[in-house]
Design a protein around this ligand. Structure first.
Ligand SMILES: *[C@@H]1O[C@H](CO)[C@@H](O)[C@H](O)[C@H]1NC(C)=O
Ligand SMILES: CC(=O)N[C@H]1CO[C@H](CO)[C@@H](O)[C@@H]1O
Length: 362
């Protein structure tokens, strides 16, 4: 064995650990199929009062019950959470129902860090580019926090707090008694109307959405442990929170838009349409597989790999049977990788990603 080769090997084993660690992130995420929901068009707008007794909701199906953020590797949540979606020409509507024997909330200041209380969260990435997305959090007092992520935290963020959407309406209904520890509650429900006009800045596509199109969306519920002291709920400090979500992420990080669910917009009334999966999902997953391998490689070597061989990626490993990687271009400060998807009408769509996990089409 040549000296050069031996030092390469040594280098490789030195850096094997971080390389493997970053690579494992995608291993935990790749087998999760994002959830899908067909949102119907509400002929009659729901009244935003936190009660889900409106005609629009009556026939809208519940989402699957929420699961742990890490998916089936973790125990099922202690309390059930489900959501519904609908839309009309002005708003995207979201409703959620949370079983909860002890409804409490403390934060009353708008745009405070709401997940320090138990909360319900909405994430929206209309164009599925993994960048420039919207986050909303609400506690049982209907105190809200809205923020904008230019990029996921892992790609540098930043998060801009307090980017409140003008005209957004939210309401909470407590099925029980708020902040009263002496009794047992049934739960709480949330109703939110998100104006299309305010979501437009995230969309780079028409709002309201063109019927049939899909937006990336996810919901999360944060649940803390609490004790009761002098008849008052107290959050147990220094304990990890539970994150129960609609579309599992695989890892404890909501800021992986590539694993959020899909909402598809239909013109039929709620409850009639069926969700049609995204024909580009396999190509998107392939791009994310390369992105994760490149990040792992970069952590290990301080440079981007210039070939799939260098990344140890075979087409088999990438499950590239129904997609094709065409090229990967690497430069000093990044890379662009390209994959193709065949749409139902036979059109071939080319998708790209880069070192910041942004996904775009030509
Ligand atoms: C095929 O479908 C895509 C996505 O819906 C659309 O953009 C494209 O125009 C369609 N192409 C043809 C030839 O119908
Ligand atoms: C589990 C998780 O990723 N929670 C995140 C929810 O969003 C807030 C605000 O962006 C983050 O601070 C949390 O880490």
């Amino acid at each position: 064995m040549s000296v050069a080769r031996r030092s390469l090997l040594t280098l490789f084993s030195l850096f094997l650990l971080p390389y493997v660690a970053f690579g494992q992130t995608w291993d935990l995420m790749r087998d999760i199929t994002p959830r899908g929901y067909a949102a119907g068009y509400a002929q009659e707008a729901p009244r935003i009062d936190g009660r889900l007794d409106d005609a629009a909701w009556a026939r809208a199906p519940w989402t699957d019950p929420f699961v742990d953020i890490e998916g089936s590797r973790r125990p099922a949540p202690r309390f059930q959470t489900r959501a519904k979606m609908a839309w009309d020409s002005t708003y995207l509507y979201v409703a959620a129902r949370m079983e909860e024997p002890h409804v409490w909330g403390t934060l009353t200041e708008r745009n405070s860090i709401i997940f320090h209380d138990n909360d319900f969260e909405i994430f929206v990435d209309p164009d599925g580019d993994n960048h420039n997305y919207y986050e909303f959090e609400v506690n049982a007092l209907n105190t809200i926090w809205e923020l904008t992520l230019a990029r996921p935290y892992k790609d540098g963020g930043p998060a801009t707090h307090g980017t409140n959407i003008e005209g957004l309406r939210s309401a909470v209904h407590v099925d029980g008694t708020l902040n009263a520890a002496h009794d047992t509650d049934a739960g709480w429900s949330v109703e939110v109307a998100l104006p299309w006009a305010g979501l437009a800045r995230y969309a780079s596509r028409p709002v309201p959405p063109v019927p049939g199109t899909r937006w990336r969306i996810n919901f999360s519920r944060v649940e803390w442990q609490h004790t009761v002291a002098d008849g008052v709920y107290r959050k147990v400090p220094e304990t990890p929170e539970d994150n129960w979500v609609w579309s599992p992420q695989g890892i404890v990080d909501m800021h992986r838009p590539e694993r959020w669910g899909y909402v598809q917009f239909h013109t039929s009334p709620p409850g009639e349409a069926t969700f049609e999966p995204d024909p580009t999902l396999a190509a998107r997953d392939l791009l994310m597989a390369v992105y994760h391998a490149q990040k792992a490689y970069h952590q290990a070597h301080g440079a981007w790999a210039s070939s799939f061989e260098e990344l140890g990626l075979t087409l088999d490993a990438l499950r590239a049977d129904d997609t094709r990687i065409v090229t990967m271009q690497t430069e000093d400060n990044g890379f662009v990788v390209e994959a193709r998807a065949v749409l139902p009408n036979g059109t071939v769509q080319t998708l790209y990603t880069n070192q910041l996990s942004r996904v775009w089409t030509e």
